[in-house]
Write a protein that binds this ligand. Structure first.
Ligand code: NFS
Length: 626
């Protein structure tokens, strides 16, 4: 089918072309339309030079106009304002990831105390490994006793006032020593986030470099702390992922089934919805309404979580959430927290879709709020699924248009699964890196953003990397883009360079490894730390690089910051709001190399971004003598 040129420019995904043309037909607006209405976006905001931190303003600096203001009312320069705004973004992102981690600690605590309903400790091996890491005794104790101590220890990481966060000690000794020397070895997770809010209050920290260092500190507390806690405790409760086959893209919705979408982030909710949807009573009720069954699919990072643990299909990434509703085939869109567009409320009202919010932290206009609590988790999940099943009768089949696009994928490469795929040790991977069959390793992650042709940034970059023998680890919306493109299949090794292809074929793995949701970038850090430790070097010495080709969220700012703080060069595909400050731009793109051994680069062209990463990888190979 031929589409309007304007629609083809918006995405590389054919399902998106179909649904955008359907949206236009129905006169329904999407994020792309709202983005266009926003243009031109605020130039002060783009440069990061507006400040609303007190009510003497709002102030903005005129970077190009000699007669315009060069200082805010308090005297803050562009450098100060940009640095304050940047670290506040880090605080927002670190808070989101870490509050997710805290919720997992809460669920584990309730489960250990026997107070939750429907949860159990699924991975006892991991439970014990983590307990040992925390110095918690394991011998002769029940799993509940160990889990109680582990949950309390994880909980304590958030409110800790002094000392260090345990999982940060997974980083190589040299890295930890560097963090200590720079004063950026984080204490409690909450403490570092609160300190950013304090320092950016009017009249506190007005040194851009000092502000950035605190931003890095909070980001380390996120990546090696809050996010790692989210990942590890999810594995304990729901099982550590192993490679599993599934499908992705909007074509996973079924015309003759009750379709339920889980959207958001924390597996605490989505795991229970998946369990409830398997309830024989609810399935038979679905059949009585004329449906062939109940079809649960995921969107955004919660989609990654349930896909890698249960093979639940992924309907799409961030920019596809509205399109899923526009199919007219969704009985319920069930959400918890993060990356959920408030537009879903009014949009759902155009269809029969029930938009169900569940978290006391995240309410939306037009949503039906069915609050979720661990004490009655399975019961509440069943009520939610029941609401979806009952709603099937309200579906207007004439309004249904599900694109047929769906692709097979292989997901679930946790750190443990990667090691298993390698035969039990990292040695084959190290050997392949040394011989050059694998040139280096890239972590490609992050969101979608209508500023960039949907999925083009992700796919353009990843395909270029694997072609040049760079093994890609992927999470979040990038992982979903790769899944839809068929890059998460062992067969995709055909598209890789000869060296990477031979390694993938020998091991039966895809050239792009799905490592999970955004908090699971902590898995990538763990792998990097293990490789650095095996080679006796720091992470900044490794032939590795990171990228967030279509990033938009504050979480992505925190992620980029902890990845760079860990010593990994990172390329951003959308421009961060820092260019109004020469000092901040210089620090992030140059000076940081002398401080943490890595920098940021900004490159909107994915092929050029890949070239930057490959050049970096080659330089590190040379320095390592491999
Ligand atoms: Ni992470 Fe971006 Fe959201 Fe996941 Fe997607 S938008 S920062 S990738 S779903 S968190």
């Amino acid at each position: 089918m031929a589409y309007d040129e304007k629609i083809l420019e918006k995405s590389i995904d054919p399902s998106v072309h179909k649904m955008l043309s359907r949206a236009a037909e129905l006169h329904i607006e999407t994020a792309w339309d709202r983005y266009e209405k926003m243009l031109p976006e605020c130039g002060f905001g783009e440069l990061g030079v507006c400040c609303r931190n007190c009510n003497m303003g709002p102030c903005r600096i005129s970077p190009f106009d000699d007669h315009g203001p060069k200082k805010g009312v308090c005297g803050a320069t562009a450098d100060i304002i940009v640095a304050r705004n940047l670290v506040r973004m880090i605080a927002g992102g670190a808070a989101a990831h870490s509050d997710h981690g805290r919720d997992l600690a809460h669920t584990l605590l309730m489960t250990a105390e026997g107070k939750s309903s429907g949860y159990e400790i699924k991975d006892e091996v991991k439970l014990k490994t983590l307990a040992v890491e925390y110095g918690i005794p394991v011998d002769g104790r029940t799993k509940e006793e160990i889990a109680l101590d582990l949950a309390k220890a994880a909980y304590a990481e958030f409110g800790k006032q002094e000392g260090f966060i345990q999982f940060t000690r997974r980083a190589p000794e040299k890295r930890v020593a560097l963090w200590k020397k720079l004063g950026i070895d984080p204490r409690g997770i909450d403490r570092e986030i609160v300190e950013i809010m304090h320092r950016t209050h009017i009249g506190v920290d007005n040194d851009p470099v000092n502000l950035i260092l605190q931003g890095l500190k909070a980001s380390i507390a996120d990546g090696w702390g809050g996010s790692a806690i989210a990942t590890e405790l999810s594995d304990v409760l729901f099982g550590t992922p192993v490679p599993v086959r599934s499908q992705s893209n909007l074509g996973v919705l079924k015309k003759d089934h009750v379709n339920i979408i889980v959207h958001g982030h924390e597996p605490v909710l989505s795991e229970m919805v998946v369990a409830a949807a398997g309830d024989p009573g609810l399935v038979s009720q679905a059949e009585k309404t004329g449906a062939k069954g109940i079809n649960v699919v995921g969107i955004c990072c919660t989609g990654n979580e349930v896909c890698m643990r249960h093979g639940i299909p992924m309907a799409g990434n961030f920019l596809q959430q509205e399109l899923a509703v526009i199919t007219g085939a969704v009985e319920a869109m069930i959400v918890d927290v993060q990356c959920i567009m408030p537009s879903l409320g009014p949009l759902s009202e155009c269809f029969h879709t029930k938009f169900i919010s569940t978290s006391p932290k995240a309410k939306f206009p037009g949503a039906l709020h069915m609050e979720f609590h661990e004490e009655k988790a399975l019961g509440i999940a069943k009520e939610i699924v029941q609401a979806a099943v009952d709603n099937y009768r309200s579906r207007d089949q004439d309004k249904v248009m599900i694109p047929e696009d769906k692709t097979e994928c292989m997901v679930g490469f946790s750190t443990e699964a990667v090691v298993r795929a390698l035969g039990g040790t990292l040695d084959p991977l190290l050997e392949a890196v040394k011989t050059g069959k694998i040139r280096g390793i890239a972590g490609v992650v992050g969101c979608n953003n209508p500023k960039i042709k949907h999925d083009h940034g992700h796919i353009g970059l990843v395909e270029e990397l694997i072609k040049h023998d760079v093994l890609v680890t992927s999470t979040g919306c990038n992982a979903m883009a790769c899944a839809k493109r068929g890059l998460l299949l062992p067969e995709a090794a055909e598209q890789a360079g000869e060296g990477l292809k031979s390694v993938c074929q020998a091991l039966g793995i895809p050239p792009v490894l799905h490592m999970g949701s955004c908090v699971d970038i902590s898995r990538i850090l763990t792998v990097c730390a293990a490789i650095a430790n095996a080679l006796g070097v720091d992470i900044s010495d490794l032939p590795v690089a990171g990228a967030a080709p279509e990033w938009m969220s504050e979480k992505a700012v925190s992620i980029g910051s902890y990845v760079v703080s860990s010593g990994i060069f990172t390329v951003l595909g959308t421009v961060p709001p820092v260019l109004g400050s020469p000092v901040v731009t210089e620090v992030l793109t140059r000076t940081a190399n002398d401080v943490v051994g890595a920098t940021f680069a900004v490159e909107t062209d994915p092929v050029k971004a890949a070239a930057l990463m490959i050049a970096h990888i080659d330089a590190k190979r040379k320095a390592l003598g491999v």
